[in-house]
Design a protein around this ligand. Structure first.
Ligand code: SF4
Length: 320
């Protein structure tokens, strides 16, 4: 089958699947109030497609695209009522890499079952080490619960990375404490520039703490040198004098659209070729190969050429 490719040579190799649009935290860059805190134990089945339908959609996308990675997101994917079945189903499709992005709140309980089902690596979103700032950022107590989840994931052999969204005047004080925590566990942390999404889609500028400002803050304690960027990577990485590696995902000051290979599937079975595009492309289980191919070509054509231009969708709906 001929590869689906755009005029820049981009194609889809990583599928990000948003399993549900509920969460058990209320991160201030994602939701305005407590609209995410609808459920704390288990997703309401009505909001997501049944497991078999989502898996069948992934199977058909893989047949067209020969995916090498599936990343499970949400809302909060650890709330998904059949997560282990989902991971095992993707493993059985023969897709090389199964990864997940989580807020870590339920990780201590689910790390080992996920590993046993075929999970390879988890990105844990952690925006603060200090309890007070953690509460301010997530509207939730007990950062220790997430730190315990990270240790449980490491203990069972999952690869762990940390993601920290840095907001000016909110948690930029946490850059060095987060970095030192990551180094103490010998894991990679990536600091993220705020994204103009959801309720912040037209006011993210006031919270933007840029890549250069993040590096300047780290430079107060560490010397570091840049590493070569990997193809289609969202992060730039640096290495410190004592061998630790950290990254910055700078969608504002160092955009990465030119070799973006990400396709998104939401919990209702819609695809999005680009995070800047708010208009879902509905997939139908009656679509034949040709119909699906045309929808994928349409999705690819909606990718930005240069940089992310903002989205009214929140991370809660599309998983970032
Ligand atoms: S804005 Fe679109 S093209 Fe650019 S990196 Fe994000 S998803 Fe890819």
């Amino acid at each position: 089958m001929q590869v689906i490719e755009d005029k820049y040579g981009r194609t889809f190799k990583t599928l990000r699947v948003s399993l549900l649009s509920t969460c058990n935290l209320g991160c201030i860059y994602c939701v305005q109030g407590d609209e995410s805190l609808k459920l704390t134990n288990g997703a309401h089945p009505a909001t997501s497609l049944p497991l078999s339908e989502l898996l069948d959609t992934i199977r058909r996308l893989h047949a067209q695209l020969d995916l090498d990675t599936v990343r499970l997101t949400g809302g909060e994917p650890l709330l998904y009522h059949d997560l282990i079945g989902m991971i095992a189903g993707i493993r059985d499709l023969g897709i090389s890499h199964i990864k997940l992005t989580t807020n870590g709140f339920l990780l201590q309980r689910l790390a080992l079952p996920m590993k046993q089902a075929g999970m390879e690596s988890v990105n844990v979103s952690l925006d603060a080490i200090g309890e007070e700032v953690f509460l301010q950022m997530s509207r939730r107590h007990s950062v220790q619960r997430i730190l315990d989840g990270i240790d449980a994931a490491l203990d069972c052999g999952l690869e762990v990375k940390l993601n920290a969204v840095i907001m000016r005047g909110k948690n930029d004080s946490q850059i060095l404490p987060l970095l030192n925590f990551a180094f103490s566990r010998n894991i990679r942390i990536r600091f993220l520039e705020i994204m103009a999404m959801g309720h912040l889609h037209d006011q993210a500028d006031k919270y933007l703490f840029t890549r250069d400002e993040i590096l300047r803050e780290i430079g107060r304690q560490y010397r570091f040198t840049p590493l070569d960027r990997l193809q289609s990577s969202t992060a730039g990485y640096w290495k410190t004098g004592d061998g630790h590696v950290f990254g910055v995902i700078a969608n504002e000051s160092q955009p990465f659209c030119h070799d973006c290979n990400r396709l998104r599937l939401d919990s209702h079975g819609n695809i999005y070729g680009c995070l800047s595009d708010n208009h879902p492309i509905a997939l139908d289980k009656t679509d034949d190969e040709n119909a699906l191919r045309l929808k994928l070509e349409e999705a690819l054509s909606r990718k930005q050429a240069l940089k992310f231009t903002g989205s009214e969708l929140s991370m809660l709906e599309i998983g970032g």
